[in-house]
Design a protein around this ligand. Structure first.
Ligand code: KG4
Ligand code: ZN
Length: 358
């Protein structure tokens, strides 16, 4: 039997991370280089597309060099170049796409188009055990909130997605309302420690009884109204007290405990909604595993809630380590390996597709 490994270079630039990675046989990570732009976008409170594209252009060369050098493989050992072609910010996607096409052309190797959100669904298998299929995939990130039914690494069908804000976007906006800084996920997670998740009543939006879609904008607005008060609502002191800690005080006047209570309440509602939707998807798909990916999967309350829910459902839960939760190119190269084996290569006329497709 030949021991020659299939080595894929992955390239990722769909949002605010420029990343390149070298992965053998779809699982073994030889290198995983990531340049994040978080500091660049902090002063704007969110990712600014124009700023992101420019930063990708500056970072892509050095990140590529770093990934190749750290992997210790010569360029002629790379069997194919896998690149995120969808979904994402179009100007950002184009930078990685152009780099990957150039390399594939110069090296005379196949180009492979990878769906970024499908790659998140595969991320627990990167440097880990294979995923047991069929699987329910939950992707919760700054840009996406989506549920999938996966039959293999390359057969991934969309079951539902957010109809407004992504989960991570809601974290970022609630952190902005509470004046806690950016990105919101980690600061809310920290602020919520010691908070009472039941002190402030916030809405759980579950949509229709069988819906696998998500909506987080109502929750975000509810936090906004709780902190700043409902406009023109002339509430009695009793009604204000019933709203819970910190109602209408404005972010500056909130005590640490009030911030903790609001953050904990918000976080627990998001965790609850995610758990309910996962339960619905499990009933529909009857999977052997539940797979979670995306930066919001780092959240301690969400991890705990999903762990408990999976145990109750009797389905194995796969949560990747943090470096594979957030955007990275190892997951792109890993899915690229499976696409290559399935013969699904792309032409050099491959285009960037910014939108989510089924
Ligand atoms: O996957 P990711 O790096 O980027 C996208 O593909 O969008 O996710 C970034 C998101 C941000 O919204 C950030 O606030 C959130 O992940 N995040 C968290 C935590 N750490 C990062 N959200 C909740 N709790 C956390 N501990
Ligand atoms: Zn992502």
């Amino acid at each position: 039997m030949s021991s020659r490994r299939t080595i894929i270079l992955g390239v990722e630039s769909s949002c605010d991370e420029t990343a390149c990675a070298v992965v053998a046989d779809g699982r073994e990570v030889l290198s995983n280089a990531v340049a994040t732009q978080i500091d660049l976008h902090r002063r704007f409170g969110g990712v600014v597309p124009e700023v992101a594209s420019r930063a990708h252009i500056e970072a892509i060369g050095p990140v590529l060099d770093e990934a190749l050098a750290a992997a210790g493989v010569a360029a002629d050992r790379i069997d194919a170049v896998a690149v995120t072609s969808e979904p994402g910010l179009v100007g950002s996607l184009l930078v990685g796409l152009m780099a990957a096409k150039t390399l594939a052309w110069v090296w005379g190797k196949p180009l492979i188009a990878v769906n970024h959100v499908h790659a998140h669904v595969y991320s627990p298998a990167v440097d880990g055990e294979p995923i047991a299929y069929p699987a329910v995939g939950l992707v919760i990130s700054g840009g996406h909130t989506a549920l999938y039914a996966a039959r293999s690494p390359v057969d991934v069908a969309l079951l539902g997605q957010t109809i407004d804000d992504a989960a991570g976007e809601a974290f970022d906006k609630v952190a902005a309302i509470l004046q806690l800084g950016y990105p919101g996920g980690p600061v809310i997670d920290r602020a919520a420690r010691g908070g009472d998740p039941k002190a402030v009543r916030l809405p759980r939006t579950l949509l229709a009884a069988d819906s696998l879609d998500f909506s987080f904008s109502g929750l975000k607005t509810a936090v906004l109204y709780h902190v700043n008060g409902v406009p023109n609502a002339n509430l009695s002191p009793e009604a204000i007290a019933a709203k819970g800690p910190g109602y209408g005080k404005g972010a500056e006047a909130l005590s640490e405990q009030e911030v903790a209570d609001i953050a904990a309440g918000f976080q627990s509602v998001v965790a609850d909604v995610l758990a309910v939707k996962v339960r619905r998807a499990v009933k529909r798909v009857r999977p052997r595993s539940i797979v979670v990916g995306g930066g919001v999967a780092a959240n301690s309350a969400i991890r705990a809630r999903l762990t408990a829910e999976a145990a109750r459902l009797g389905v194995a839960l796969r949560l990747p380590p943090m470096k594979y939760c957030t955007d990275n190119a190892a997951m792109i190269a890993a899915v690229g390996y499976h696409l290559l084996r399935a013969g699904r290569t792309a032409g050099l006329d491959l285009e960037a597709t910014p939108t989510m497709r089924p």
